[in-house]
Write a protein that binds this ligand. Sequence first.
Ligand code: DI6
Ligand code: FE
Length: 405
Amino acid sequence: MATTHLWHNARLATLADDTGWGLVEHGALLVQDDRLLWVGALDDMPAALRAQAGVQHDLGGALVTPGLVDCHTHLVYGGQRAREFEMRLQGVDYAEIARSGGGIRSTVAATRASGDAELLAGARRRAQALMAEGVTTLEIKSGYGLSLLDESRCLSIARQLGAELPVSVRTTYLGAHAIPPEFDGRADDYITAVCAWMPALHAAGLIDAVDAFCETIGFTPAQTRRVFVAARALGLPVKLHAEQLSDQDGAALAAEFGALSCDHLEYLSDAGVDAMRVAGTVAVLLPGAYYFLRETQLPPVAELRAQQVPIALASDHNPGSSPGLSLLLMANMACTLFRMTPLEAVLGITAHGAHALGLPDRGRLVAGLRADFAVWDLEHPNELAYWFGHNPCRRVVAGGIERTP
Ligand code: DI6
Ligand code: FE
């Protein structure tokens, strides 16, 4: 039988439900294989269970939270877009750059020109930066390949990262991210191709969910619907880049397909909030993109809160609109920019992030869930959303195994 590990002398922030931090003093976690067997105050642990603990780890009173979940990233790409950042500072806007063939398309060219080893090395470095802050689950989208071969390469690299690094990786097929040059002026034909590639990519085991960019500079709701119909035919869950730059009623469309999440949402309408509530769709807010694009339209946090739509936060790491690699900074910015509370922000990078990926087995410290947790050099979990530009993560356990953060 596998050795059972007892992690004790911790201040636990269990986030067992959404009503509070779930603080437990003198807390202990009993871990068997990759699962939490028992969570609570050490003194309350049944003696029979305690007797099972083969290895004991004294945490010296440190704060322990669930491992962090970054539920929206575009980690696999070639090149970078610092020059485009300079152009934006000279007054050219993001949509203008995209329309003139820059933006996503320039990253597509750089990605296609990069070898697999180079793409893997870049994505690995970025994944490791996120992991250093306690990330134990990471979603990675394709969307910079935009051909069957290059989407397949990017998704395979994401899968490979999950196999070689101690982090859970979920892959999302975002073929409908932009129109590649060979389909210029033929968006509908490109969507036909995106849908036609999907079964092969799925058969190769490369897709956990399907996403699209529904926007004036992306795809129309009708085109997005075609992608969702193709996903549904394969039994794949959908997500959507919705209402980032304008209101396209994308959230309502995604909700119609029972979407796991709608992401960005600065221009989300009340009707969109309502549709998401009914469908149980998670709102993924991306303060990094809001900040880096100097967006001024705030996502409707008060309405989402009032309708009890779960709010997750993610890095949206990508070279164009959010080149940051700190989920803790996103939590801080969600508070300063979006006026979320520290508790909401921390739920956003743990339990609600997991919910946005359709993973109810993680994101909280509760018996039966995965043993994914982070140990912090902090006194209270509200500090996770307070400090910025500094990494207080000291130890990480992912799937029951301690790794270097
Ligand atoms: N919205 C975003 O913010 C990213 N993708 C998307 O659909 C940005 C992608 C990029 O600019 O490269
Ligand atoms: Fe994104």
